[in-house]
Design a protein around this ligand. Sequence first.
Ligand code: IMP
Ligand code: MG
Length: 539
Amino acid sequence: MLMHSFVLDALETTGADTFSHFEMLIDEHRQWDADDGDAKPSRLKQLVPTVGKFHTHLPLRRAFEAYNAKYGLTKRKHICISFNELRHILNLAQIMALRCGPGYEYGGSTCSLAQLGVSAAAQDEDERRALQRWESQLGDDLDLLNTPVLTAVNGNGGGGGGGSASGPPSPPKLDLNPDGGSDGTNNEQEKTTDNDEGSAKDLPHFVGPSMITFDGDQTLYSDGANFESNPKLALYLYLLLRNGVTVAVVTAAGYEYQSEKYELRLSGLLAYFRDRKLPLEDCERFYLFGGECNYLLRLGSDYKLHPVKEHGAGGWLTSTKYMEEAPGNWDENEINMLLDTAEACMKQSIDEQNLRARIIRKKRAVGLIPKPDEEIHREALDESILRVQAELQRHPRISLPFCAFNGGSDAWVDCGNKRVGVAILQSYLGVPNEETLHIGDQFLNTGNDFAARDTSPCAWITSPDETTYILKSILRLAGVPLNGHDAKSKVASAMKGNAGGGDRIGRTPSQLDFDEVERRCTTVKIMDVYTGEITTASR
Ligand code: IMP
Ligand code: MG
């Protein structure tokens, strides 16, 4: 439709209406879905039989108008709106919806801000201003928390957490270490938080998602690399935590409960949190799910990751058993059967396609990875994955959730998937689907973020830079001031080790331990990201 309008030089006058039309089709589809999909399929379902679930209303028209105001799409004469731009517009519509909370519909009449006594006109005005902030590159310089509308919205102390009246959920008090040992929070000294800001409790409620889950490779760090120096992204993650948002990395990479391996992959980020003295209550809102949904860890006040208790009262495996797909219900024989079947199929793939590849077998995964200095073509990886998917789907005795995916340079079959991982976090931490956002790069049917769509609104990005941009947009739409935090500030240079100044105005000089960062980064470089094996050779 957009292409026709473009060719007829009518995009300027009809573009927004096209987005309104799809907005209406999505609403109709959501209604059909809510009615259990018994009646005749929605028009959208008929047009796109594989269409997924929409967890929120999507204000596509407003997103298009804001995007167009910023980038002038309809002024173009030679280049039509591209797939990537559509992806950006959909991402923007999704984060706009999440800022308004559950029940949001076009026009704002059922927006949760209404529950806070904010009139429909004020909600519209609030959204308009939020979008203006998003459109304006100058937004960083404004004291956005003092805009009249946000004061009205936040000032009465209600709402937040994407709209739930009780604000963002607090993480449960967990016994992180089943053996009763140190969970990294024992040292009272370490628990003190002499960072330069108040506690998250003192801050106005965050108008945005309550929980954001992140894929790892290619979303937080480049494929196969680690989170080393990325001060902008680290800053935005820090600000989200400071504003009460739960942050979880949900990655396929599984190294059982060997927490130092996940820490190595997140080394720069954890060093950043430590440097900024992220308070304990915010640390406790940072999780990592390894192996899709197999190994759950949480950040302690020592800025290290600690396994979350699995069994017994309050254990994550025990308390999510009510979910049919949850790992607490998996049968060990079935796990082995699944992995044996996948391994046999992958071996056949290697033989028949003459791949220079080898197989890795883990407790909950099988990987097909390139031999040293070799590359496997995308087509061969996709072929291998589609074979395994077909084989496992028709296997009469395998009903466990699994994920067979092309990781870009490798192919894996994991027991469980990100649908299960994100759903467990939602259930365990009490975050509704429509207040969650999953950000990832793999949304094709051979990718591993695809499954998260079943349980969470998603943003599809293609690089850590795009993740940074999305987070900046979320913070801007929420009215979190970024001035004084800007990544162009001294933080950036401190992370690179060439500045002596503090990371914020008025702060004491940076406490970043460069030796430690260097030690971790050096080790990271020599960790095999497939197996987690650490060799002793230095960089
Ligand atoms: P994600 O993008 O963060 O989900 O990570 C996917 C990548 O993790 C894969 O492409 C692999 O390179 C790597 N990886 C390391 N260990 C595993 C594993 O046990 N299962 C799946 N992927 C793994
Ligand atoms: Mg990825």
